[in-house]
Design a protein around this ligand. Structure first.
Ligand SMILES: *Cc1c(COP(=O)(O)O)cnc(C)c1O
Length: 457
């Protein structure tokens, strides 16, 4: 391999972003406001501050300030694992025999194993600064809970995690990492909250979903003095914090003199993708450059490409504000797909709005094809990827294989959001040939759509 471009590009510590970039500032059509589920009026700062820390509520509502300072205390801890490397996937290119040039931004180089720590640190910092005792949250595959547990131990805050039951059972080691960092972990749905008891009554034997766990965590926060709820994805504040991924990616590519043609990321609630594309989409919105941007969803839970663009609840228990987003309906409980972090019915309002305007594309991939890509990637590039991240690997490989047919030397950048060491039950199933692809029928999706709230604005 001729290496004019290094295998790994690291920015200097001093080149790490000092501000987050708020993509909404450059959007002509802003995401629709969050609505209070009781009044159907836009959520005010005061109302949001009952659920979230005040500073985070402000960030949630701010769709005009383009750059927001990253507090020095957060940058300090960022330095333990950032800047993260931008890797030229020479070995993958060679294995595919493609003329395409593939790069990936690797966010798995911290103990939590994913990009989620970028936002967890910010959220824990603002909670501490407000003088709170602790925070509550949900976790799906466990990456967010782990990231938050790390951030809370760093900033000395109590951390209560509601973990989707299927993951709690499949991933005892994840749970123990969280407890090692001092968090308490409860399988969801649980009998510890009103909403958990109600869900269990209506769906006995359910393995849970992110939507259920969110409802429980919100109830736990709002019913205890000195606690607030924090969320690891979907919200615009999380996309803001994750912009550090895109800013670093762009700075590294600029240093190398490389302009990507295609930018790809997996999309659960949309935070890593929103963060990765932020500065590139900013250029696109300002008419300075054009890129193809592709969101990759699991075939079992395609919020963008099979969902409806409508106001919906962010959680199954309908306690959170309504968001206008691509959604399969808050009552939709996806099949037990292993990519736990992608099993969410909705999508970031920012990405939903951009997708609705045709500024980005969405594709979907099936689980076995994802694990084929993950296995090939692990063998040639060395990193054992998270199943979630492997959706982006699959799509990047497919684009590179198209280049092989056409002979085009496109430059593809994708987000490698995390490592898969805690996903070995899923890998085992794949290795044993027991993995199945479940694609919901239109009939499966109907109840979710029928349950959409009747708000048409
Ligand atoms: C949570 C998670 C995702 C999906 O979440 P987004 O908010 O869509 O980014 C993807 N990859 C990994 C490794 C995750 O932990």
């Amino acid at each position: 391999m001729s290496q004019t471009i290094p295998y790994k590009t690291y920015l200097e510590e001093s080149e790490m972003p000092k501000q987050w970039y708020n993509l909404r500032a450059d959007m002509k059509h802003k995401p629709a406001p969050l609505l209070n589920p009781a009044t159907l009026q836009p959520m005010t700062l005061e109302e949001l501050s009952q659920v979230f820390c005040t500073e985070l509520a402000k960030q949630e509502l701010d769709d005009t300030t383009p750059y927001i300072d990253i507090p020095e205390e957060i940058r300090e801890y960022y330095k333990t694992y950032r800047p993260s490397p931008l890797v030229r996937a020479y070995f993958l290119e060679r294995a595919l025999g493609t003329p395409a040039k593939i790069y990936y931004k690797f966010e798995g180089n911290n103990t939590s194993g994913s990009h989620k720590l970028n936002s967890a640190l910010a959220q824990a910092y603002y909670a501490k600064k407000q003088g709170l005792k602790g925070v509550t949250t949900e976790t799906g595959a466990g990456q967010w809970g782990t990231a938050l547990a790390m951030a809370c131990s760093y900033f000395d805050l109590d951390c209560k995690v509601y973990m989707v039951k299927v993951s709690y059972e499949q991933k005892p080691f994840r749970r123990e990492v969280m407890r090692t960092y001092g968090a308490s972990v409860t399988p969801s749905p649980s009998m510890t909250t009103n909403v958990g008891r109600k869900i269990l009554e209506e769906h006995p034997g359910t393995t849970g979903s992110l939507g259920c766990a969110i409802s429980e965590a919100v109830e736990a926060a709002t019913s205890q003095e000195g606690y607030r709820y924090v969320l690891g994805s979907v919200l615009s504040q999380v996309v803001l914090h994750q912009s550090v991924i895109g800013l670093e990616t762009k700075a590294a590519l600029d240093k190398l003199g490389v302009t990507p043609d295609i930018i790809i990321g997996c999309a659960g609630g949309g935070s890593n993708l929103g963060g990765l594309i932020a500065p590139f989409m900013g250029e696109k919105l300002r008419g300075e450059k054009d890129y193809r941007i592709i969101a990759v969803e699991p075939a079992s839970c395609r919020s963008l490409s099979r969902g409806k663009f409508a106001y919906d609840f962010c959680d199954t228990g309908k306690v959170c504000p309504l968001a206008k987003m691509y959604t399969l309906g808050s009552g939709f409980i996806p099949s037990a797909n292993h990519a736990g972090g992608l099993r969410y019915h909705g999508m970031s309002t920012i990405l939903s709005t951009l997708y609705d305007e045709g500024l980005m594309e969405a594709t979907s991939v099936e689980q076995t094809a994802v694990f084929e890509a993950a296995t090939m990637f692990a063998r040639v590039e060395g990193i054992l990827p998270a199943p979630d991240s492997s959706h982006a690997i699959r799509a990047a490989m497919d684009e590179a294989l198209k280049c092989k047919e056409t002979g085009e030397e496109k430059t593809i950048v994708f987000g490698l959001t995390g490592t898969g060491y805690f996903d070995m039950v899923a890998y085992e199933r794949f290795n044993n040939g027991d993995m199945t692809d479940y694609i919901p029928t239109d009939d499966d999706l109907k109840p979710g759509f029928d349950g959409l709230p009747n708000v048409n604005l």
